[in-house]
Structures are given as C-alpha cells and as structure tokens.
Design a protein around this ligand. Structure first.
Ligand code: MN
Length: 268
C-alpha cells in the first residue's frame, strides 16, 4: 500500500485552505461554519473538541453517537451488525488513531480532513497506520450520517434541488447513477468503499471506490454518499451476497444529508 499522501498540502493557498477547511466541516457535519472568514476557519480548526456533540473531528477522537438505535435500520442492516460495527470496528480505528497521533504533535491540532492531507508531516513509519485509522474514523463517522431510517423527517428517499440536477446532468438520471454506484461497490475487490464525491474547486460530481480505509479527503474530494463494503459491514446478514447489501443501501441512504453537504460545499 502506498503510504504517501495523494496530494501534499503543505503549500496550501489561502483559497485552498478555505476550501479544505470548509469541505472538512461539511464532510463531518460539525459546525458547518462559513469558511468565508479565514479567522473563523482558523479558530474552528484550532478547536480541540466540537461543541455540536455529533462528531468529534478533532484529536483526541471519541466515538460519535449514531443518532438512531442499532435496530433502526432493520431489515436492511441488522442490529447486531450495527452494534459491532460501531462499538468494535469504529472504536478500534479511533483507539489506534489516537495512539498513533500521541507521537505526532504536528498533526494533533488539525481537523480530521487536514490530518489526512498532511500525512507527510508524520514520521514515515507511522504514515500507514495513521492513514488507515484516521481514515477509518473519518469514513465511519460519515457513514453513520449517510445511512438513516426513513422515519419522520430524518432522511429523504431521494436527492433534491441542486444535487438532483447535478446527478442528472452528470450520470443521465438518478437510476443511472445508482447503477454506476452499485457497480463501483461490486467491483471493489476485497475491502473498501464506494463513494459519490464532489470536487470542491469545480463542483463536479464523480463516483469512485477506495481500498481499505482510504478517505476521499486524501485526494481533496468531499464525499456525499459512502458505502462500506468491508465484509464486517454486512456479513452476518448477507454473508457473500454483497449485491443484496448494496441494493439495500438505497432503502437507507440519507439523501437529505447528501443534499445538504452538497449545498454547503457549493456555498463555501
Ligand atoms: Mn466498516
């Protein structure tokens, strides 16, 4: 596995820095601060803990609550899988990331996305463990937001507004997008993720898949949807039937959240 960051960002321009900070905030769903004020962005970046209480995007990381019960996604994802995934797998990424970051003060004050974009400031021997575990925390913190039960106003069953228009323009139709996203999820060999991402600079949407716990933030893309296709995410219920799990994703995808992240990235 490569251990070098895809895009070194030590020479970030002010505009790039704003984009990165704003995008990271949107990605994490914390603060959602307007990145128009660089001073405000710097303050937010320096903040050690979030006050939103939803997701802790700053070192030391803590396990964020799901916002719904482990059984809330039944029958699409079973309660036992959710509980193990959250309390064991996600917690392990957090524990290991915090441990590795103990000896890398240069990264400790950065927001989660910035850490991933500045792995080259860590000792080379630690870069892989940081990439895997900070990435694992970022990916799962996002995942819990982007799946949600379709009860009340918690999650829309389809994208709306600018995101819907962008999907139709980019992929032809919502159904065509779903087919291509599922294809990316199915073709990811071994463990990894499928993503719908937006490039903050151009606003362009694309589908990608990443191996292991690589985050789209490594390449400065902001995820709008993400699907964990590690076997630990579906094996208890679906065993080897990944296609059924991928198909079930559309029953729990939180399009309200994706639509609002999309809007906040465009607004940054
Ligand atoms: Mn997982």
């Amino acid at each position: 596995m490569k251990t070098t960051p895809l895009t070194p960002s030590s020479n970030l321009s002010r505009r790039d820095a704003l984009k990165t900070l704003g995008a990271s905030a949107a990605f994490l769903g914390i603060g959602l601060f307007s990145a128009r004020s660089f001073a405000a962005a710097q303050r937010a970046s320096a903040r050690k803990t979030t006050t939103a209480g939803l997701i802790d995007g700053q070192y030391p990381f803590a396990l964020p609550p799901l916002g719904y019960d482990y059984a809330a996604l039944e029958p699409h994802i079973d309660a036992r899988t959710m509980e193990i995934h959250h309390t064991k797998h996600h917690q392990a990424y957090i524990t290991n990331a915090n441990k590795a970051l103990e000896s890398v003060p240069a990264l400790q004050a950065l927001a989660l996305g910035e850490m991933l974009q500045n792995l080259d400031s860590a000792p080379e021997a630690l870069r892989a463990v940081l990439r895997n575990n900070i990435g694992g925390h970022a990916n799962h913190a996002f995942f819990w937001q982007i799946i949600a039960p379709r009860v009340g106003k918690m999650a829309d069953a389809a994208p709306s507004g600018a995101l819907l228009r962008a999907i139709e323009t980019t992929f032809g139709s919502l159904d065509a997008f779903k087919t291509q996203f599922a294809d990316a999820a199915m073709k990811r060999f071994g463990s990894g993720w499928a993503w719908l991402v937006i490039a903050p600079e151009s606003g362009k949407l694309s589908i990608l898949s990443t191996a292991n716990q690589d985050s789209p933030l490594l390449s400065h893309a902001v995820p709008l949807l993400g699907l964990d296709v590690w076997e630990h995410a579906y094996y208890l219920k679906y065993q080897n039937r990944r296609a059924e799990y991928v198909s079930a994703f559309w029953e729990i995808a939180n399009w309200s959240r994706a639509t609002s992240i999309h809007a906040s990235v465009l607004d940054t």
